[in-house]
Every structure is written in C-alpha cells, then in structure tokens.
Write a protein that binds this ligand. Sequence first.
Ligand code: S3P
Length: 178
Amino acid sequence: MNIILTGFMGTGKSAVGRKLAKRLDMEYLDTDELIEEREGSKIYHIFEEKGECYFRKVESAMVREVSRLDRYVISTGGGVVLKDENIKALRRNGFIICLTANPEVILKRTEKTGDRPLLNEPDPGKRIKELLRMRQAYYEKVDFSVDTSDLGMEEVIRKIEEVLRKKNESCSYRPGGA
Ligand code: S3P
C-alpha cells in the first residue's frame, strides 16, 4: 500500500513526504520531480511553453504509472485532485492524505520560491483564496486531512502516524478472532 500526500501548494507535501518515508522505512517519490526529470524541463517552463492542459495530461499519465508501485510515500502536485481518474488510480493502492493550510500561511510559504506558475500573478494572495475556494470540494474527497498552518513538521508526521496506526488496527481486527 502507498501513502499519498496531496493538498494545495505550500502545504508541505514534499518536505513531510520525504521525512515520513524515512520514518516508515518506505520509498519516496514526488510526481512533479519525476515529471521534470522526464520532460527535461521545470514545471514552470512546461506551463509557459506547453500550457496547463499539456501538464495535466502528463501529470495523469504519471499518476497512472506511480499508482502501480507499492510501499511508496508519494507527494503529488496540488492540482492532482482535480481529475477524478487521478484520485481513483491513487486510491486503488493508496491511502490519500491532504495537507491543508490557511491562505495567509500559503502565501508566506509560496512567495519565498516564486516558482508556482499558477501564483505568478500581481495579487497572489487573492489568487490563492480563489483557487482554494474552487478546489475545496476536491480536497475533501481524501481519506484524511491535516491542517499544517500552526504545526511543525514533527507534529504533522505524528498525526499521520497516528491515523495510519488506527487504520492498521482496524484492518487487522477480526470479529470472533477469525
Ligand atoms: C499545481 C501545484 C504544483 C505543480 C503545478 C500545479 C497546482 O505543485 O504541480 O505548479 O495546480 O496546484 P506543488 O503543489 O507541489 O507546488
């Protein structure tokens, strides 16, 4: 089984994912990093040169591919939830966790890097709020969510470990001891 980390830009998917994988002794991969490797281009440039629609196609193909793996922690790009086929593929062999954060925190975390094509706007704070509103229903389709706004990395990981432990306990429970 894989553990999938999704959520809006700047919610900590990659940093948490990398550390979580080490902690659980699982492999780690990041779909955006793999896309950049395969395409030989940064996500930012893919958007600029080929457009978002092309990126979404490549992203879905990548999701189909990584969904066949096992025992991986997989961080996805924040827009992966927008296509139902992506969620279905990831869920087949994965437990999907969404990291969230409030718009102010997201703005602070993302403005440091400036490499998010969707936030490359005169008023990124306004855009973050719009996108969060548009995507809210999609981010709610996941199995578990953690609000990372006021949490350190350790606390986020502890919450994830706790839910995984509960999930495993309930899976191994057999009424009547069968
Ligand atoms: C996107 C999020 C980005 C990247 C692309 C689109 C999105 O990944 O996939 O810029 O639509 O939310 P991060 O969430 O890792 O920044």
